[in-house]
Design a binder for this molecule. Structure first.
Ligand code: C2R
Length: 182
């Protein structure tokens, strides 16, 4: 039996170690939400056999969602989707002269029948949150943690709103920059 601490809920793959810093937020948010992650550097271009084998083994082991980050001619998420029917989330990475637009289009423009849910360029945190939301559909305790995380973000914005309003509320006859009006 797999120990809870060894359980992998989400596999995070990236095409190169150079993607790692961009992909860390996905792992961080998933771990904060109490999900098990496995992080691998595997490329559809450079290690096609190993990538396919990992996806098939992970699917058999019960991994629930795959997150794939890649830059440039980003085939990784699509290639992963070809080997599993578990949800695949693509993270386009800004890694070339085209600033991630190449990766965005390569990741999102999948043919019918092979969906890849694609988040914004460089937004690995959203990939982690989306994976958690998908898994939370069948896990009430996780759903509560996801809701709490959303609530914390809401509170943070409202705190910022209150602070900005307090700082920039012009007094009578005062302009917004604090100077006296003409
Ligand atoms: P290097 O920094 O290793 O040269 O990689 C990687 O994700 C990375 O952003 C440059 C970029 O190439 C990407 N790469 C892919 C794939 N494998 C590597 N797009 C793939 O399989 O799609």
């Amino acid at each position: 039996m797999t120990d809870a601490k060894d359980r992998v809920d989400v596999a995070i793959m990236m095409g190169s170690k150079s993607d790692l810093d961009g992909m860390r937020p996905a792992a961080a948010v998933l771990q904060t939400l109490g999900l098990g992650v496995e992080v691998r550097v595997l490329s559809a271009h450079r290690t096609p056999e190993e990538a396919a084998a990992f996806v098939r083994e992970s699917t058999a082991r019960g991994v629930k969602v795959f997150i794939c980050g890649a830059g440039g001619a980003a085939h990784l998420a699509g290639a992963v989707a070809a080997h599993t029917t578990r949800p695949v989330i693509g993270v386009p990475i800004n890694a070339s002269a085209l600033c991630g637009l190449d990766s965005l289009l390569a990741t999102v423009m999948m043919p019918a029948g092979m969906p890849v849910a694609t988040v914004a360029i460089g937004c690995a945190e959203n990939a982690g949150l989306l994976a958690a939301q998908i898994i939370a559909v069948g896990d009430a305790a996780l759903a509560e943690r996801v809701d709490a995380e959303r609530g914390a973000r809401r509170r943070k914005v409202l705190e910022s709103d209150a602070a900005v309003r307090a700082e920039l509320r012009p007094g009578p006859g005062e302009k917004i920059d604090g100077k006296r009006g003409a």
